[in-house]
Design a protein around this ligand. Structure first.
Ligand code: TTP
Ligand code: MN
Ligand code: MN
Ligand code: MN
Length: 371
C-alpha cells in the first residue's frame, strides 16, 4: 500500500503555499541528496539549478507517502531531469554517486565549514578558500584577514551556537525576553516565530516578533529590551539594525531578502537553571549556561501579520506565497504589506488568515508550512 501514491489523490500544486508540509519527511533520502546538490550550485552561483533542486525537494517533502519508484512520481510538478536521475540512482543503489562525490569534495567541505560560522557568508568563505585556507586555524592565524565583530563573536561562541537549540531552550528564552518586555510596557506582544512556530523540535536560532499596540513605540521598545538584557549581563553580542520602514515607499517592486523593520541579531547567554529539561549539551558536558543565537524583529502593529507570515517561513513557503501573489493574482506580497496592482490598493490584514483570504488561498497552519 505504501509503495504507491493514493490513486484518487488530488494533483500536487507547483506552489508550496498550496501544499501542506509537516515536519515529517517521508522522502528524506532524496531531499537530503537534493540539498547537497543545491548547496554546491549555490556556492558556484548557479542559481536556477539550485532553485530547481530546492523546488524538487520541497515537493517530495509534502508527500504523505514514500517514493518507491520513479513511475509513481510522473504526476508530480517540479521534478526535473536532474532530480529524477538522482532519484533513480538512489532507488537502485541506495545512494547517489554524484552526491557522494560532492560530499567528499574539499571545496564543498571547506565552504560548509566556513559558512557555519555566524557572520560568514558564501562570499567570505570563498575568499578564504581561494587563499588556500582549509580550517579555522588557517583563517585565525592569517594576520592579513580582518574579522568583523560578528565573525569574531561567531568564532568565540562557535561550539555553542553551532549546536542545535531545543524547543525547551527556545521556551526558556521566550520567558526571559517576555519578562524584559513586560517590565518595560505591559502592552508588549512577543510571538515565537521561525522554525519553532512550524513545530520543529530543534533550530539553529530562535526567532521572535515583538510589537505593541502603541503605534510608533515598537522600535524604542526593542531598544529598551536590548538595554535591559545588557544590564542583566545576558547579552553576549548584539547587531542592531534600526528601522528604514517608510509606508510612502511601499510597495517595494524588487524583492529584497531583508525587510525594513527594526531588528537585532543577538547571541544570548541562557542559564541552565532557566531550562526545564536542562541545556541541550553535548554528552558529558555539564556547563551551567550556553550561548544561543536569537533574532528579534519589531514591526508596527498594523504590519504585524505580514511580518509574522514572512518570519514564520519556511523560506520556500514564503518564496512561493510571493510568487503565487505575483503570477496568479497580480499582487505584491512581502514582509510589510500586500498590494493589488490591478486595483492599485493595499489590502490590510490583522491576522495571517486575512492574508491567505486576500490571496484566495486555503489557510495553511504554521506547522504545515515546512515546505
Ligand atoms: P531562519 O531563522 O534563518 O530559519 P528557520 O527559523 O526557518 O530555521 P532554523 O531552525 O534553521 O532557524 O529564518 C526564519 C525566517 O525569517 C525565514 O523564513 C526567513 C525570515 N527572514 C526575513 O523574513 N527577513 C530577514 O531579514 C531575516 C534575517 C529572515
Ligand atoms: Mn530560525
Ligand atoms: Mn536558517
Ligand atoms: Mn533567524
Amino acid at each position: 500500500r505504501e509503495d504507491f501514491p493514493p490513486t484518487a489523490e488530488a494533483a500536487v500544486s507547483q506552489y508550496a503555499c498550496q501544499r501542506r508540509t509537516t515536519t515529517e519527511n517521508n522522502n528524506k533520502i532524496f531531499t537530503d541528496a537534493f540539498e547537497v546538490l543545491a548547496e554546491r550550485y549555490q556556492s558556484n552561483e548557479m542559481e536556477r539549478r539550485c532553485l530547481g533542486l530546492r523546488r524538487a525537494a520541497s515537493v517530495l517533502k509534502s508527500l504523505p507517502w514514500a517514493v518507491r519508484s520513479l513511475e509513481s512520481t510522473h504526476n508530480l510538478p517540479c521534478l526535473g531531469e536532474h532530480a529524477k536521475a538522482v532519484m533513480d540512482e538512489i532507488l537502485e543503489h541506495g545512494l547517489s554517486f554524484e552526491v557522494e562525490k560532492i560530499l567528499s569534495d574539499e571545496r564543498y567541505q571547506t565552504m560548509k565549514l566556513f559558512t557555519s560560522v555566524f557572520g560568514v557568508g558564501p562570499k567570505t568563505a570563498d575568499k578564504w578558500y581561494r587563499r588556500g585556507h582549509r580550517s579555522f586555524s588557517d583563517v585565525l592565524t592569517d594576520r592579513s584577514i580582518h574579522l568583523n565583530q560578528m565573525q569574531q563573536n561567531g568564532f568565540l561562541h562557535y561550539g555553542d551556537i553551532s549546536r542545535a537549540v531545543s524547543k525547551a531552550e527556545a521556551r526558556a528564552l521566550m520567558s526571559v525576553i517576555d519578562e524584559a518586555a513586560h517590565a518595560i510596557t505591559p502592552n508588549a506582544i512577543l510571538t515565537l516565530t521561525g522554525g519553532f512556530r512550524r513545530g520543529k523540535e530543534f533550530g539553529h536560532d530562535v526567532d521572535f516578533i515583538l510589537t505593541t499596540p502603541e503605534q510608533g513605540k515598537e522600535e524604542s521598545l526593542l531598544q529598551n529590551i536590548i538595554k535591559r538584557l545588557k544590564k542583566q549581563g545576558i547579552l553576549l553580542y548584539c547587531e542592531y539594525q534600526s528601522s528604514t520602514f517608510d509606508m510612502s515607499k511601499l510597495p517595494i517592486q524588487k524583492f529584497k531578502a531583508m525587510d525594513q523593520f527594526a531588528k537585532c541579531f543577538l547571541i544570548m547567554r541562557l542559564e541552565s537553571s532557566r531550562v526545564e529539561e536542562g541545556l541541550h549539551n553535548v554528552e558529558g558536558d555539564s556547563k551551567s549556561w550556553r550561548a544561543v543565537r536569537v533574532d528579534l524583529v519589531s514591526p508596527p502593529m498594523d504590519h504585524y501579520a505580514f511580518a509574522l507570515l514572512g518570519w514564520s517561513g519556511s523560506t520556500m513557503f514564503d518564496r512561493d506565497l510571493r510568487r503565487f501573489a505575483r503570477v496568479e493574482r497580480r499582487m505584491i506580497l512581502d514582509n510589510h504589506c500586500l498590494y493589488n496592482k490591478t486595483k492599485k490598493e493595499f489590502l490590510a490584514a490583522t491576522t495571517e488568515k486575512d492574508i491567505f483570504a486576500h490571496l484566495g488561498l486555503e489557510y495553511i497552519e504554521p506547522w504545515q508550512r515546512n515546505a
